[in-house]
Design a protein around this ligand. Sequence first.
Ligand SMILES: NC(=O)c1ccc[n+]([C@@H]2O[C@H](COP(=O)([O-])OP(=O)(O)OC[C@H]3O[C@@H](n4cnc5c(N)ncnc54)[C@H](O)[C@@H]3O)[C@@H](O)[C@H]2O)c1
Length: 311
Amino acid sequence: MKFEKALVTGGAGFIGSHLVEELVKNNVKVLVVDNLLTGKKSNIDKLENVEVIYDDLGSDESLKIIETFNPDICFHLAAQSSVVISVEDPLLDFEHNLLQPIKLLQKLMITDCKKFVFSSSGGTIFGEPNVIPTSEKDYAGEPASPYGVAKKKLNEFIMLMLDNQKMSYSILNLANVYGPRQDPHGEAGVMSIFTGKMLNNEIPIVYGDGKQTRDYIFVTDVVSALIKSSEIDENLFLNIGTSKETTVNELVSLIGSITSWEGQPDYKPQREGELLRSVLNNEKAKKSLDWEPEYNLNRGIEELVNWFKSE
Ligand SMILES: NC(=O)c1ccc[n+]([C@@H]2O[C@H](COP(=O)([O-])OP(=O)(O)OC[C@H]3O[C@@H](n4cnc5c(N)ncnc54)[C@H](O)[C@@H]3O)[C@@H](O)[C@H]2O)c1
């Protein structure tokens, strides 16, 4: 890897802990800052060569330690990561998803940090898409949740604040990420929720008619995109998804067949503000990063099911 010292915010969370694991494997010295809002100590406490601050990334104490650590690169994954909670408590969302990250950016700009890699959200920063799969230039309409607003605004702050600075940025608009260690209450928790329920022989709930679509990408593929994007000096704004659309009903039957679950889901009324279709065109990322997703849904779900069984 091109860098020696990495700051990972949200490193005790689902995606963050997979990234930290990969960095450590490559002998990178890592500083994690995580306030355990949704993260878990057990996700990273067995890893060596990792310094951890369990605190808000925007606290005076954390910012002081970050300045002293003087990272070569920052992977910013910390977030209040639930769309539903952002609707219930917009102030909490604003605090963690916009205010504290801006404090972090200001601090990093006075260190030697050369790259800021942000995990933004491809499924929430715009409205119902007109073009499927949706490319970076097809984004249309406004976000339907405080979570989406904060992610979109942070994208804009990063572009403004880092324009022509010595620290460049990679903004990665992630699709619905899934894999081991995902908290079932998170943004794409449906995969974990369904798998957990089916393995326990319980009935999963589907909101709406199950025909709504999403773009599900396995966490290992996201980690490789994060790392590849960190090694490119230019500013990047990329979709990280699979370009493949999957309905919730298809997901139920796929997970059902892999877990040998037989039955029908419990259909409940559709939730307000949910997009009907969401799938990201990944052509630009493929070219810019020389990257492509290696996991199809079958392989990813099999790994997820094996992880559930081993837990
Ligand atoms: N999982 C997905 O499908 C998905 C999709 C698009 C974008 N993202 C984004 O990717 C990032 C990682 O998501 P995840 O699924 O791993 O979620 P996660 O909830 O598992 O991880 C977020 C981590 O940030 C920590 N955190 C929250 N606020 C903090 C703060 N102020 N200071 C320090 N730590 C803080 C939490 O404790 C948690 O460990 C998030 O920014 C999320 O919005 C995720």
